[in-house]
Design a protein. Structure first.
Length: 181
C-alpha cells in the first residue's frame, strides 16, 4: 500500500515525523508532499525538514491513503484552505483511507467528511464538525475510511489504526510489539 503524508510549515513534529516513521516501520510505502511554495520546511519546534515533493490533487489517483498531521499551521490555514480539503474529499470519494490527527481533523470537518461519523481530535477542533459524533475520550477512532486521533500523545494508536486499515490487524499488532509499546 502506498500513502502520502502532507508536510507543512509549523506541522507538529511528532505527529508528522513520528507517524511517518511508524508507518514506514510497518512496511507501508509513504512519501511526503506539501502544498507550501517550497520543499524546505520548518516544523512547529524548528526542525528543518524537506518534503519529498509538491502535492497535487491528483495524488489521490496514485495513492491508497492520505495522512494529515496537525500543528499550528492548521489554525492559520484551515479556513482559507482549498487544496487539503479537496485532496481529502477526493481520497474519500474513491473509498481510500483519510487519516488526520490533532487539529488535522478540522480539514475533514470543513470538507464535510465527518458528518454522522465518529471522530476524535485536539480539544476545540471539533467545532468544524458540528454534525459529527465527537469522541474526546478516545485516542484514535476509525469510522469507515476515516481515521482520526486526538494529539501527539496518540501517535501509536493513530499509526496502529492506519496499519490496521491498510495491512490488517495482525501487522498493526506486530508494529506495536516490535516497538515494545
Amino acid at each position: 500500500m502506498k500513502g502520502i503524508i502532507l508536510f507543512s510549515n509549523l506541522m507538529e513534529d511528532v505527529e508528522a515525523l513520528g507517524t511517518a516513521a511508524l508507518l514506514k516501520r510497518a512496511g507501508l510505502e509513504l512519501s511526503s508532499a506539501t502544498f507550501e511554495d517550497t520543499l524546505e520546511l520548518q516544523t512547529a519546534f524548528q526542525q528543518s525538514v524537506k518534503a519529498d515533493r509538491f502535492a497535487s490533487v491528483e495524488d489521490a489517483d496514485h495513492h491508497d491513503f492520505l495522512v494529515i498531521p496537525g500543528g499550528p499551521y492548521v489554525k492559520r490555514s484551515v479556513d482559507d484552505d482549498k487544496w487539503i480539503k479537496t485532496l481529502a474529499r477526493r481520497f474519500h470519494e474513491q473509498g481510500k483511507l483519510v487519516a488526520a490527527i490533532c487539529a488535522g481533523p478540522r480539514f475533514l470537518g470543513q470538507a464535510g467528511l465527518l458528518a454522522n461519523k465518529r471522530f476524535t481530535c485536539f480539544t476545540g477542533s471539533e467545532q468544524d464538525a458540528p454534525d459529527g459524533i465527537h469522541r474526546p475520550e478516545e485516542k484514535a477512532v476509525t469510522d469507515g475510511n476515516i481515521v482520526t486521533a486526538r494529539g501527539a500523545g496518540a501517535i501509536y494508536d493513530f499509526a496502529h489504526a492506519i496499519v490496521t486499515w491498510t495491512l490488517g490487524g495482525e501487522q498493526a499488532d506486530q508494529l506495536l510489539s516490535d516497538i515494545l509499546y
